[in-house]
Design a protein around this ligand. Structure first.
Ligand code: PMP
Length: 292
């Protein structure tokens, strides 16, 4: 059965969900998006995701022709139209159809579409064995050029880094700031544990302020685990007791090897496991219901 897509206010089958070749989302990556998870018939942290989408849109002066509530409702309706219980939602707003020039004033109407689909998860055994990372030579965009805090459709910076990971045969990689400090990974935020304390780069490092990152910081506070948001070099990660990545798709995935350095004892650490457990409990207990 084909998926049903939300496209500019209507629910249409996948085959009819088409956007113009003149859409500036396609021509220039001019737009914003969100990746959202549904767990057990509920959309996780929907309000926070729509808030971030609105902030990203504001930063690029894109006015979304829907209210916050309408966007939440459209997300839930798209899940319902696809009988989604567990899955992934992609909410995209582009500058819309214009001419071949850059000028956004030629794009009178943003394009809005929502895809609710299954999700390709990391295999469960990876949560037991942990990931290997490399440090990518592609540096993260500087905030003075294109703020990584804006979740824009322009992901070429991340894709170039991901190609380095593919070449090295690993699933993720660390991206450094222009100054050479750790920022984040190609599609995940990064944390490490040293002496029982969590460390993660601050938003000023030029990162996407992940919803999972924010959730993990909350869980850590509830568990009495100190979390420092500060800049650090990759050598701090090499010397860490534990390391993990966070993201909507990844949840919390342990890291056991960075650039050939074994992290801790080479197995997912105790704090990582407690935080993952706490995160999974939250996904079971909260969220916006899709079905009444
Ligand atoms: N950083 C980048 C570059 C991302 O694309 C993402 C989203 N996949 C994240 C971090 C994690 O953010 P979130 O927890 O909101 O999914």
């Amino acid at each position: 059965m084909s998926l049903m897509m939300y496209l500019d206010g209507e629910m249409v089958p996948e085959e009819q969900a088409k956007v113009s070749v003149f859409d500036h989302g396609l021509l220039y990556g001019d737009g914003v998006f969100e990746g959202i998870r549904a767990y057990d018939g509920r959309v996780f942290r929907l309000d926070q995701h729509i808030d971030r989408l609105e902030r990203s849109a504001k930063a690029i002066m894109l006015s979304i022709p829907m209210t916050h509530e309408e966007m939440c409702r459209a997300t839930v309706e798209t899940c319902r139209a696809n009988e989604l219980v567990d899955g992934y939602v992609r909410f995209v707003v582009t500058r819309g159809v214009g001419d071949l020039g850059l000028d956004p004033r030629k794009c009178p109407k943003p394009t809005v579409f929502i895809i609710a689909a299954g999700i390709q998860l990391y295999p469960e055994e990876l949560y037991e064995t942990g990931l290997t990372l490399i440090t990518c030579s592609t540096r993260r965009n500087s905030a003075s050029c294109l703020d990584p805090g804006v979740k824009s459709l322009n992901y070429l910076n991340n894709i170039l880094a991901r190609m380095e990971c593919n070449h090295a045969g690993v699933a993720e990689g660390i991206m450094l700031t222009s100054e050479g400090m750790v920022s984040e990974c190609t599609a995940d935020n990064i944390f490490y544990v040293g002496g029982g304390v969590l460390n993660t780069p601050p938003t000023e490092a030029g990162i996407l302020n992940g919803i999972t990152r924010q959730t993990v910081i909350e869980i850590a506070a509830d568990l009495g685990i100190e979390c420092r948001e500060r800049m650090f070099p990759v050598s701090d990660v090499y010397a860490a007791d534990e390391c993990f990545l966070t993201g909507t798709g990844a949840e919390l995935v342990p890291v056991v090897d960075v650039d050939g350095r074994i992290i801790g004892n080479g197995k997912p650490g105790a704090i990582t496991k407690r935080l993952l457990e706490g995160f999974r409990e939250l996904t079971k207990s909260e969220g916006t219901p899709i079905y009444d």
